[in-house]
Design a protein around this ligand. Structure first.
Ligand SMILES: Nc1ncnc2c1ncn2[C@@H]1O[C@H](COP(=O)(O)OP(=O)(O)OP(=O)(O)O)[C@@H](O)[C@H]1O
Length: 299
């Protein structure tokens, strides 16, 4: 198509001067801007998920120590902490997979540990260390995830197709899940966690093993979910991702919550990573490993 030329003032006898067509560039709103706006709104919403003094003790190890976290409706809340801090333990107790030593978890008015079946209708879970029924195809896994949550078969079929498209798994649905890559397994598990349209998603490391394009997709799916009134609590080791995508955050160290609130309140004018390092400790520079640092035994 010819580029559009501007008509001359003198009536058009002069040769028109060529000018490149002006295109309107759509600048998408970055996730971080949406997250900050959402944080202000969600903070005013009622709390849908609440843990009260949630504790898990393994012998002499206190894996979670009186963890009290609130997740507001419409919030994407991140949970961060060093290795072994108690993130998986906490998320597993929230989703009804690991019985607490003491404390309470409620979703809406449902006590997760007093009424498991009702809670599981409200919660969608992506557990740590995916243990999928991987001798099923992706389509079968979605089917059973849906019907076992009481979704009608026709609805499961429709939702499966939409989820497969959203996660880019359409061409893989008829293959065994055991043959999926790590990222594909994560995506089918995420899709399964959503098929019964839960109110709250509890996701342990949902972005782990997922490529950058798929991560952007997953972010978009989660943002749409919370925009529709759902709530998400997710763990990640990427503080940059949590700062960019989440509106609220809880920092856990040695089993205890040491900071929580909106991302802006917690980071308090510095990056979340700087705040995290200040709270959790930079870690003293370690001595040792001299043998690894280039000194030759023969010297
Ligand atoms: N089944 C278990 N038996 C004994 N100790 C356990 C068990 N599961 C977890 N722990 C301990 O509880 C603590 C918290 O573990 P958890 O897996 O919750 O940490 P995390 O924050 O998820 O760590 P990571 O970031 O490495 O995944 C750790 O000290 C861990 O060794």
């Amino acid at each position: 198509m010819e580029p559009r030329s501007r008509r001359t003032r003198s009536g058009g006898d002069e040769a028109p001067t060529e000018e490149p067509a002006r295109r309107r560039i759509e600048v998408p709103t970055p996730s971080v801007v949406r997250a900050r706006e959402r944080g202000k709104v969600a903070a005013q919403n009622p709390v849908v998920l609440r843990t009260e003094q949630l504790t898990k003790v393994y012998g002499s190890v206190v894996a979670a120590n009186e963890v009290s976290i609130s997740v507001h409706a419409g919030s994407l809340t991140g949970i961060v902490g060093p290795n072994g801090a108690g993130k998986t333990t906490t998320l597993s107790m929230i989703s009804g997979l690991l019985r607490p030593s003491s404390g309470r978890v409620t979703v809406g008015n449902v006590d997760v540990w007093a009424d498991g079946p009702a809670a599981k209708q409200l919660i969608g879970t992506l557990p740590d260390r995916l243990r999928l029924f991987d001798r099923l195809t992706g389509a079968q896994l979605l089917y059973y995830s849906g019907v076992l949550h009481g979704v009608a078969e026709a609805e499961v079929a429709a939702r499966s197709a939409e989820l497969a498209e959203a996660f880019g798994l359409e061409s893989a649905l008829d293959r065994l899940v055991s043959d999926y890559s790590a990222g594909m397994q994560k995506k089918i598990a995420l899709a399964c966690s959503m098929i019964h349209a839960p109110e709250v998603l509890v996701l342990d490391e949902p972005f782990e093993a997922i490529d950058p394009v798929s991560a952007a997709n997953v972010t978009e799916i989660l943002e749409k979910f919370v925009a529709g009134g759902g709530s998400v609590i997710l763990s990640s080791h990427s503080l940059e991702l949590i700062q960019r995508v989440c509106d609220h955050v809880a920092i856990i160290a040695s089993g205890s919550v040491i900071a929580q609130g909106t991302v802006d309140a917690v980071r308090d004018g510095v990056s979340l990573e700087e705040r995290f390092r200040a709270l959790v400790g930079e870690g003293e520079s370690k001595k040792g490993l001299q043998w690894l640092h280039g000194s030759s035994d023969s010297e």
